[in-house]
Write a protein that binds this ligand. Structure first.
Ligand code: BTN
Length: 326
């Protein structure tokens, strides 16, 4: 039914179709027609409605075009195989399944919408249709398991650079890998690893970028914490261009990391970070620590100096940054 309605509007470009005609053609009630229109609006279709004339489709949602993506992509490994889903629970789950079926490093899973998107620390990730970049990248790095936090920092550097290049928005990295613009979150990274003993078998890098979301696309509770590249720049982001740019930046840094280790990545991360050298509160599964964010160490852990001068290392958690004058 849903597809039929879309087809009907696409066959009548720029024309009003009355509610009555729609209910006749689709053999359903006017209320059912109205419910379908409401659902389509939620998916990014825009209609003009007139009580006398009916509905007119004025814009259909943007769709990620994989051939445009692959045409513009200059990488050897990253994104050479792409799986695009219209609607899925989580691209992370799909990527784990693809690895079980033998997917190669660099395999990319993208979804227009996720209905069970996962965030860090067991949170949900808001992933409405057609406007974001919700993707998971298969990685098979040649590193021991305890080096994996370095990978998340590497991912944040690549993402921060590509957002600057493709969307012209300068984001800052909040440890370990949240990207912020004006103190609000624009992107998040979730690294899920699969290991045997100390050996990292593979990792799935889940990347969520709020690209073209409008303020109305966020639920109330996220509005003062989250923003999008569109809200910040006033321009619609070319999602294929941003994905390409990220894959190219990531591949370049990943090769550098395998050649030269974490040291160059650490310098780049420090230059882009907004959470060091400030009073912070870090919430983790083990509780909350308050102190001064002094530095990151060779593994990517955050070093906090407590009020009594003692230093603690945090390997994961959520950083709350205080205003510098507190
Ligand atoms: C965070 O909490 O900041 C991490 C968010 C990661 C979200 C992305 S969206 C694509 C991929 N699939 C998921 O279910 N989560 C990640």
């Amino acid at each position: 039914m849903h597809e039929k309605i879309v087809e009907l509007f696409l066959q009548n470009p720029d024309k009003y179709v009355s509610g009555e005609k729609l209910s006749e053609l689709l053999n359903c009630s006017r209320t059912a027609v109205w419910k379908h229109i409401r659902r389509l609006r939620g998916e990014g279709y825009e209609f003009e409605s007139s009580p006398r004339l009916g509905y007119r489709l004025i814009r259909k949602p943007e769709r990620i075009d994989t051939s445009k993506l692959l045409d513009g992509l200059r990488t050897n490994v990253m994104g050479r195989s792409v799986h695009l889903f219209e609607r899925i629970d989580s691209t992370q789950t799909a990527a784990h399944e693809l690895v079980r079926q033998g997917a190669a490093e660099g395999t990319l899973v993208i979804a227009e919408e996720q209905f069970a998107g996962r965030g860090r620390m067991g949170r949900k990730w808001h992933s409405p249709p057609g406007k974001g970049i919700w993707m998971s990248l298969v990685l098979k790095p040649r590193i021991p398991l305890h080096f994996s936090p370095q990978l998340t920092l590497l991912l944040a550097v690549a993402l921060c650079r590509s957002i600057g290049m493709a969307a012209n928005v300068q984001a800052g990295i909040k440890w370990p890998n949240d990207l912020l613009v004006g103190g609000k979150k624009v992107s998040g990274i979730l690294l899920e690893s699969n290991a045997e003993d100390e050996r990292l078998k593979y990792a799935i890098a889940g990347i969520g970028v709020s690209a073209n979301l409008a303020p109305d696309d966020y639920p109330e509770e996220l509005r003062d914490k989250a923003t999008s590249l569109f809200i910040e720049s006033g321009k619609i982001v070319d999602r294929e261009k941003l994905i390409c740019c990220f894959l190219e930046q990531f591949e370049h840094l990943y090769d550098l990391y395998h050649d030269q280790g974490f040291a160059p990545i650490r310098l780049m991360w420090e230059a882009l970070n907004v959470s060091l050298h400030r009073p912070v509160r870090v919430h983790s599964s083990k509780g909350t620590v308050e102190g001064f964010a002094e530095s990151i160490d060779d593994l990517g852990a955050l070093i906090i100096r407590l009020a009594d001068g003692q230093k603690v290392k945090m390997y994961s958690g959520d950083v709350e940054i205080y205003p510098a004058n507190i």
